[in-house]
Design a protein around this ligand. Structure first.
Ligand code: NAD
Length: 344
């Protein structure tokens, strides 16, 4: 199978491509605009594979997208390209509207026109898998039950609103034109190569540099943490075994407060690097509470019984094992003076 992946140079996209090239016989065409969030070094181990191709493309560019579909004739699309950082969407939503909404619309239309030209056999295997977030559901109180695939949409931030809009477009292209789509909504990911603007890498790299560990509000916001390698296994399973027109929640079954996450990172750093520089006594002393993010969601939690029951998927990593691997990875990639690995 030839899979066209958008945003394959980002955090989750690159883990997905490493998984497909290393664990399957499928081919990948990665199309990515290479924004600040992209990291081509995350693809180094597979970039010479004859089953891998890269094209620098903006998903808003209709003509170039058409030529890519024409050139590669993909059997499936996995759509991950997005502006993904909530804080950036609050300070400037324009790129989020453009890429997440206009870009998804452009990609859907090109995919639909391409799909219409396929012969019966190719048409029946074609899939468009849209990768989305649990943030489209809004937030939960501490006592409410987890979101199911039937929960209604109440996005809070410009980021989650733009992802919600893109989810609706994907369903509309299925209902209206018959495009064979599926959507997955996952919880917060973490793991190797994640950009340092996100909570876990930011805390690790700041702690290693002796900088403050900024925590929004009281740090009691709850997220369900999913190890990225578990996520990409689920994505591939949905693409190959999921039902057309369906949505699947993907969670790590690991609800933690932000403060718990940061304290766990500090404890692991005490274990791995007990001899601290920068006059640090305890890593936890670096924790600093800062003004809360506007519209900050209190809690996300996903009911994943659908993907458990239908596809037999379960996360392999517990939070304890996944965060240990992640902290070790960031330490190993911050040599020699804790300069961030990303832009070397
Ligand atoms: P990321 O920000 O690390 O990567 C996004 C990638 O998309 C980058 O390589 C970037 O260059 C590319 N891109 C951005 N705009 C583009 C455009 N106009 N055209 C082509 N490429 C473009 O994001 P991520 O964390 O890997 O997330 C991937 C997807 O998963 C996103 O759709 C995101 O909404 C979703 N998601 C992420 C998380 C998470 O915790 N990271 C959780 C749930 C869902």
């Amino acid at each position: 199978m030839k899979i066209l992946i958008t945003g394959g140079s980002g955090f989750i996209g690159s883990a997905l491509i490493r998984y497909i090239i290393n664990q399957t016989q499928d081919s990948v065409i990665n199309i990515d605009k290479l924004t600040y969030a992209a990291n081509q070094s995350a693809l180094k181990e597979i970039e010479d594979s004859p089953r891998y191709a890269f094209e620098k493309v903006d998903i808003c560019d209709l003509k170039t997208l058409e030529s890519i579909f024409e050139k590669y004739q993909p059997d499936a699309v996995m759509h991950l390209a997005a502006e993904s950082h909530v804080d950036r969407s609050i300070t400037g939503a324009g790129d989020f509207i453009q890429t997440n909404i206009v870009g998804t619309y452009t990609l859907l239309d090109v995919a639909k026109n391409y799909w219409c030209t396929l012969d019966k056999a190719k048409k029946s295997i074609f899939r468009f898998h849209h990768i989305s977030t649990d943030e489209v559901y809004g937030d939960l109180s501490f006592s409410e039950p987890a979101f199911t695939e039937q929960s209604s949409y109440h996005p809070s931030s410009p980021y989650s609103a733009s992802k919600a809009a893109s989810d609706h477009l994907v369903y509309a292209w299925h209902r209206t034109y018959g495009l064979p789509v599926m959507i997955s909504n996952s919880s917060n990911n973490y793991g190797a190569y994640q950009h340092t603007e996100k909570l876990i890498p930011l805390m690790i790299s700041n702690a290693l540099m002796g900088k403050p560990l900024p925590i929004y509000g009281d740090g009691q916001q709850i997220r369900d943490w999913l190890f990225v390698e578990d996520h990409v296994e689920a994505l591939y399973l949905i693409l190959t075994k999921g039902r057309i027109g369906e949505r699947y929640n993907i969670g790590g079954n690991c609800e933690k407060t932000n403060l718990e996450v940061v304290k766990t990172i500090c404890q692991l750093l005490e274990e791995f690097i007990p001899n601290k520089s920068h006059n640090i006594r305890h890593y936890e002393d670096l924790i600093t509470y800062v003004k809360d993010r506007p519209g900050h969601d209190i809690r996300y939690a996903l009911d994943c019984s659908k993907i458990y029951d239908e596809l037999g998927w379960r996360p392999r990593e517990s939070f304890d094992s996944g965060i240990r691997k992640t902290v070790e990875w960031f330490i190993a990639h911050n040599k020699p003076c804790y300069g961030y690995y990303n832009k070397t």
